[in-house]
Write a protein that binds this ligand. Structure first.
Ligand code: SAH
Length: 359
């Protein structure tokens, strides 16, 4: 048992079981031992690789998408460029470099990074030190985002938000909890009493005994809040993640350590925890918040429509020695068997705006 597992076991013994969401929050964000709080998890030597770390083209195309949305809504100044969960700051650095083609955009924006991890904030500050726009950090969406149009991107942020899980049993839907077993180790167990007032959307389909219903109240709350800001102030949001469109049941919570799956409870704080994103739930939350959702669309389709292949060809002309690197990146980002289909993109815009580029 690692140190965080020991602390969680003592917490459970004194205060009772944790929901899966509470466990996930502590494993990822505990200030002393949490996963994101204590490390830089990205890249070949880390635990996983994300799209912006695969190629600069990902952030560049998204940067140009954001600039185009800004132009389509009248190039208002001042405006805000916001990223949720910027990781190493790579996507934002690439987006801002591409946005140098639009100096009026660069001079209109303030960059706001929503980041919980002090370790990653320091890496982001370094990545953006010469980015050409003022940068500040927030712990979460807050009132300081009011009053200006908001251009927002979130790549692999929503999958890190805590999920709650409910399992269908003979006595009803019971919440899945994290407790301790006879040896004092962390273990899953079901709440003895069924959850009251749980409403399962029809899109999920028929549930048989043992089915797992997973929801992320934090994810839908974020989508609704973003939509409210967009409806009031204008702007656009692009959410990219792996996920599904509201259908089916299943436990999608996973732990990844050094590029391999690991048991979820084995080493809290030392493995990345994430869950598939329910894009239909996000789209519905966005509409409740007063905005319009577009998509979800496969990542590969969106990137190709935004000019991925043309960008790769231009880079290959400028750096002929790296031509195969760019071609490989196109495949990893867009091919259906790689990230192209599993990853989806959802756009949220004010109702009065037309569909954004690519959708
Ligand atoms: N977007 C980056 C990183 C994805 S990993 C990329 O694509 O490479 C998830 C990121 O979200 C990390 O930066 C993590 O620290 C941050 N994060 C996760 N949960 C968060 C929360 N609840 N509040 C703020 N930041 C969070």
């Amino acid at each position: 048992m690692n140190r965080l597992a020991g602390r969680l076991a003592r917490l459970i013994q004194s205060q009772g079981p944790l929901s899966v969401a509470q466990f996930m929050m502590l494993a990822l964000h505990d200030p002393a031992d949490g996963y994101y709080a204590t490390r830089d998890p990205f890249g070949r030597t880390g635990d996983f690789i994300t799209a912006p770390e695969i190629s600069q083209m990902f952030g560049e195309l998204i940067g140009l998408w954001l600039v185009q949305c800004w132009r389509d809504q009248g190039s208002q100044a001042p405006a805000r460029l916001v990223e949720l969960g910027p990781g190493r700051g790579t996507l934002m650095a690439d987006a801002l470099r591409a946005a140098k083609l639009a100096p009026d955009f660069l001079s209109a924006i303030e960059v706001v990074l929503v980041e919980a991890s002090p370790t990653l904030r320091a890496i982001q500050a370094e990545a953006l030190k010469d980015c050409g726009a003022p940068v500040r950090w927030l712990n979460g969406l807050d009132a300081s985002l009011a009053g200006r149009p908001l251009f927002l991107v979130a790549n692999e942020f929503f999958d890190a938000l805590p999920v709650r899980q409910y399992v269908k049993t003979g006595r009803g839907w019971c919440e899945r909890m994290v407790t301790t077993d006879d040896e004092g180790n962390l273990a899953f167990a079901l709440a003895p009493v069924p959850a009251a007032g749980l409403q399962i959307p029809e899109s999920r389909g028929e549930a048989t005994e043992g089915a797992v219903y997973e929801i992320s109240p934090a994810a839908t709350a974020h989508a609704e809040e973003i939509a409210g800001l967009l409806a009031a102030q204008g702007g656009a949001a692009l959410i990219v993640d792996y996920g599904y469109d509201g259908e089916g049941f299943g436990d999608t919570l996973q732990a990844v350590r050094k590029h391999k799956y690991a048991p979820v409870l084995e080493a809290p704080g030392q493995a990345d925890l994430s869950a598939h994103v329910d894009f239909r739930a996000l789209a519905e939350a966005a509409e409740r918040g007063g905005a319009k959702a577009h998509g979800p669309l496969a990542q590969g389709t969106l990137l190709e429509r935004l000019g991925l292949k043309k960008r790769a060809a231009a880079l290959a002309r400028a750096h002929p020695q790296d031509e195969t690197v760019f071609a490989a990146a196109v495949g990893r980002l867009a091919a259906p068997g790689q990230m192209g289909r599993l990853f989806q993109a959802l756009a949220i815009l004010p109702e009065r705006a037309g569909p954004p580029p690519g959708f």
